[in-house]
Write a protein that binds this ligand. Sequence first.
Ligand code: ADP
Ligand code: MG
Length: 555
Amino acid sequence: MKEKGSISIHTENIFPIIKKFLYSDNEIFLRELVSNAVDAVQKIKRLAALGQFNGEIGEPLVEVAVNKEAKTITISDNGLGMTADEIKKYINQVAFSGASEFVEKFKDAKDANEIIGKFGLGFYSAFMVADLVEIDTLSYQENAEPAKWVCDGSTEFEISEGSRSTRGTTITLHINADSEEFLESFKLQEILDKYGKFLPIPIQFGTKSIQEEDGKDADGKTQYKSVEVPNIINTTSPIWTKSPTDLTDNDYLDFYKQLYPFAEDPLFWIHLNVDYPFNLTGVLYFPKLKDDFDFQRNKIKLFSRQVFITDEVKDIVPEFLMLLHGVIDSPDIPLNVSRSFLQADSNVKKINNYITKKVADKLDELFKKDRKAYEDKWNDIGLFVKYGMVSEEKFYEKAKDFALVENTENVFFTLNEYKDKVSPLQTDKNGNVVYLYATDPTTQDTFIQSAKKKDYDVLLLNTPIDTHFVNQMEQKLEKTLLKRVDSGLADKLIEKDEKTESVLSEEESGKIKALFEKVITKPGYTVEVEGYHPEELPVTVSMDEFMRRMKDMAK
Ligand code: ADP
Ligand code: MG
């Protein structure tokens, strides 16, 4: 059997175009071919589960191999395989209406992800790195004949009898001169690690040597020997695919270490799991934040059915959540379209809201469960919560109940608690509650002390995000003003209505004035009034100043 044919697209030669547009990201050929192999293995498992295949499945395995001399890379699987007819159907019909439309749409494309997948070009990404591609396959179907497909990157292909004797598919890429870097094992290992670390079917890439116990020597010391074992590059059941009830804290911490080997332990984590109205799983970790936010962004890894896609999660998670670490896996996030489309996509919006809500719920739970522990973590969580509150309306609404403020005595309050605490004394003549705050407790210490002397409370708002947080509180909290403690003399910080303030009648103050005038204004005299501390009085004060202090004391 030998058959020649033409791949059904309208333009003479699509592959130079594919190559040109996809070149920047050409390593994803491996992601695409390995994903196809994984799909094929999962399909045969499913067929078996449905009773539509009764043969032996065998140990599911995908093997990647490189032959530097022959300049080939092979990807083999023991999946469901294809018949010659299926090759024609699935491979030859490049899944788009015409190359001209393709070229028109993507002549400005920057990102290969925008093209691959959406147009069913997954398999054809092989031509980014190969100038000849062979498919050797044997279908699971009864009496299937092995089939072989060869294509040199023109629209001509050839189908002939294949050589596979076991079920599955082998793809052989004859690597082109420009892509010989991919013939280096370390390079392939790197790409496999990047995209395939958590694929659901074991992926073998060569072998590796490990040390194995080999009895004991004369002194009773354990001896080791090197043995070659298959080099399986992936963990097939990463924790986000499991149920939280089957996982321990250590499982979560180990996984975190695996993702970020150099990071400090996270503060806590959230296991995401939703299947309606969209599908999404994942684990998000709260890292210990440093002031340098930018450095810590883009740590969330996005997967689609356990295939790594990107760590550019901008537009998928709200801005402030980009400070979190971890993984999100969703087959429902459209990965192959442009940014602007992504922002408008309703699934993406729902996912956004869902994650925001989950994060808020988790914080609320921690706050309610153990307030003390929550306060102890506040230094780390606080930055994040405040950042969320200033940048995301929806989050503010939830977070206002578990956001804390700390005063200069290091006592924590919720926003409501704080309002209740300071309202009686710190309400001004217009009925506004005035919150005083320090941005630098050391240099502002004198001001803090004078405010405290008046029994005012002073908040500590000294982190980089606090300038924005202060603005936010002024906007959101009703009849509330925030004033920096050093923005005026203690007496002027909270404007009181003089008339209602005065405890002395005109006549009384006249008398007192007369009584003290001589004493106070003469150097060297002290005055003792109950509750008043003479040492604070300068040797000489003006009568006005004295009267003012008397009034304050009487309050
Ligand atoms: P997609 O994976 O999005 O369907 P591809 O271009 O990657 O698009 O693959 C096209 C089709 O070719 C697949 O849907 C599948 O039917 C078939 N195919 C590709 N690789 C294999 C394989 N290793 N085993 C069986 N079928 C395969
Ligand atoms: Mg594919």
